[in-house]
Design a protein around this ligand. Structure first.
Ligand code: M6R
Length: 367
């Protein structure tokens, strides 16, 4: 039931404080020791040392789940763990080499996406250990993989994935810590900060939902030619996801780019009629600011998605949609909620069939 909301998508965006709380429930435990209390990751679904022998990690996924996987890859990289992320449609065609020390993680909300299932099967045939990161208990991916981790977002009805993206990323943050512990024998230097950030996340998302900036700002950018989304590092998948959500429900042209790639081609498209959403939640403020100047010099208005404390960025961009200050691995999720709201408000204004965009299905069961 949609309750007081006009669309399931809007309801599901608003449910994120609850769905995120479900995702992390019982998976972050507080332990008191000699020097006070400390938080620790507790993933009961995996026996101790389950990933100790993993020497290579590959992610396979489609669409929004692919963006969540890229976010997971960035979090692993911060912990010194290399991994590769593949679009499942491509992996299924040309599977990467695997052996028994390879962990292949299928990120799939439904657990039924044909390309992702095919990739996981091929990986399994090659001898890899497979893990389904999914929302649906009993789904094909959960049944067929060696292991499963459930994101516990609750049912998602809108075709546009919203709350499942944030729960996938929160789950991957926990899994990244666990992979790090199993492989190195100790927790990452970020674990304490990350886990307090994750524990605060539901409340921070609540603050973003209470803020009407996304709706106010986009009023000024209606009827433009194209909408671009840029980010660097961990903010890159957030930019890609912002663009995907925008195009799928508004039917307006939108593209996401790695900010550093602009001058290698996409800059040719930038004009005063192509607003650029710049996601400032990575650690690269200076480099992002120089990309912002590149597009402003071509007349494009820039809307920064940025921490409310970052006055340097707020003063440089044409409009700012702010988020509460928080751990950098978490900030991308708050930026993503603002971009979900941007897409939603534009689509609502244009009177699009938000919950069932044309030509799309919730679960893509053909290759
Ligand atoms: O169920 P899955 O996560 O495997 O679905 C993959 C994509 O089809 C899906 O994420 C799609 O891109 C979103 N519904 C778009 O909002």
């Amino acid at each position: 039931e949609k309750g007081r909301y006009d669309h399931f998508m809007r309801k599901e965006i608003s449910e994120q404080p609850t769905s995120l709380a479900q995702t992390i429930e019982g998976r972050i435990v507080e332990e008191s020791g000699g020097e006070g209390s400390a938080r620790r990751v507790c993933l009961d679904e995996f026996p101790p040392g389950a990933f100790a022998d993993v020497s290579e990690i590959q992610f396979v996924a489609c669409g929004t789940s692919y963006h969540a996987a890229l976010y997971g890859q960035a979090m692993l990289a911060r912990r010194g763990i290399g991994s590769q992320t593949f679009r499942a449609g491509e992996y299924a065609m040309l599977p990467a080499p695997v052996d028994e020390d390879t962990l292949v993680i299928g990120v799939t909300q439904s657990g039924e996406t044909a390309d992702t299932l095919e990739s996981l099967r091929r990986a399994s045939e090659g001898g890899a250990q497979t893990l389904a990161l999914t929302n649906v208990v009993g789904s094909t991916a959960a049944r067929e993989c060696d292991d499963a981790m459930f994101i516990r977002a609750g049912p998602e009805i809108g075709v546009a994935a919203t709350k499942t993206f944030s729960s996938q990323v929160a789950s991957l943050a926990l899994l990244a810590e666990r992979l790090c512990e199993d492989r190195t024998g100790e927790s990452s230097p970020y674990q304490g900060e990350l886990l307090s950030g994750l524990s605060a996340l539901p409340g921070l998302v609540e603050c973003v939902l209470d803020d009407g900036r996304a709706n106010d700002v986009i009023d000024r950018y209606r009827g433009m030619d194209s909408y671009f989304f840029i980010g660097r590092g961990i903010a890159h998948p957030v930019a890609l996801e912002g663009a995907l959500k925008f195009k799928e429900i508004t039917y307006e042209h939108a593209e996401g780019f790695a900010a550093g790639g602009l001058k290698h081609g996409p800059l040719a498209l930038v004009t005063p009629r192509t607003p650029v959403f710049a996601v400032f939640t990575g650690r690269y403020t200076d480099k992002m600011l120089s990309n912002v100047e590149e597009v402003q010099a071509r007349g494009a208005p820039v809307i920064g998605i940025v921490s409310e404390d970052n006055s340097r960025v707020i003063e440089t961009v044409d409009d700012a949609i702010t988020i509460p200050d928080c751990h950098p691995d978490i900030a991308g999720l708050l930026a993503n909620v603002q971009l979900q709201l941007v897409a939603y408000h534009v689509a609502d204004y244009l009177d699009r069939p938000i919950d069932k965009p044309r030509n799309l299905a919730k679960s893509v069961t053909v290759e």
